[in-house]
Design a protein around this ligand. Structure first.
Ligand code: URA
Length: 244
């Protein structure tokens, strides 16, 4: 069985963005940190870093944030960028501010364009991130595309052929599945994550994507009640759905 890692409380809280280690000492002295209901004055205490810590530790009366290994599902709104450093509105601005100071950092699992909405995952778990984006895993990403012009009727066969070469590339796209919803709307499922892939696929057929929204990632769907800009933490079972 894997050994459970331990950490000093001040180091753990600091790595979770609550403040510097000396600030944690002051916070504890002021009675702001409790462990299992009792005030914790000695933040040099080592504790096992387990997923149940938010139920055991309170900071200023609030449950501790999730420990490392969290996966966030965000309904990405239009107009926000999946970047840590670009100018303008960033998807990270939606999350609690102190999460920007977490170490390991929270990153998006792949990216959606600024003008693409829908299911976006973020995590501080580097191994999980690489498993989801690895082309070898073939995790299917399903997009709803609204098009400027009616579909011609041959797009499904072309996308499924494994022969479509995007402009400026030297390797054809892996086969993708098209489900026609109406003349100007379709669901497209791809297993790769090339730059602007869906928009460029339709552009290769002489069409133009006016509206792009990601609905599914593997077996995970965007929950109905999650409005644009809202997010939730995924359970272990929900994380497992990604690979189904
Ligand atoms: N394909 C695109 O063109 N844009 C995205 O954001 C995702 C896939």
């Amino acid at each position: 069985m894997a050994k459970i890692p331990t950490s000093r409380v001040d180091k753990l809280l600091s790595s979770m963005g609550y403040g510097s280690r000396s600030e944690m000492v002051h916070m504890a002295k002021a009675g702001g940190i409790t462990l299992d209901g009792a005030e914790l004055s000695d933040v040099s205490k080592r504790i096992p870093v387990t997923r149940d810590l938010p139920a055991r530790i309170q900071i200023d009366g609030e449950p501790l944030d999730p420990v490392v290994g969290m996966v966030i599902l965000l309904n990405k709104p239009l107009g926000m960028t999946c970047s840590h450093k670009e100018a303008g509105a960033l998807v990270y601005d939606i999350l609690p501010q102190r999460w920007k100071r977490r170490d390991p950092a929270i990153s998006t699992i792949g990216r959606l364009d600024k003008q693409t909405s829908g299911l976006l995952l973020l995590t501080d778990d580097g191994d999980l991130l690489h498993r989801v984006i690895s082309p070898r895993r073939h995790v299917k990403k399903t997009y709803r595309a609204k098009l400027a012009r009616p579909l011609g009727g041959t797009e499904g066969d072309l996308f499924a052929s494994g022969q479509l070469m995007l402009e400026g590339e030297d390797k054809p796209l892996a086969p993708a599945e098209l489900e026609v919803v109406s003349d100007t709307e379709a669901l497209l499922s791809v297993t790769e994550g090339r730059y602007h892939q869906v928009r460029r696929m339709f552009a290769a057929t002489g069409n133009h994507v006016e509206d792009l929204h990601r609905e599914r990632l593997g077996g995970l769907s965007l929950p109905d009640g999650l409005a644009p800009g809202q997010w939730k933490l995924l359970s272990e079972d929900e994380i497992a759905l990604i690979f189904q």
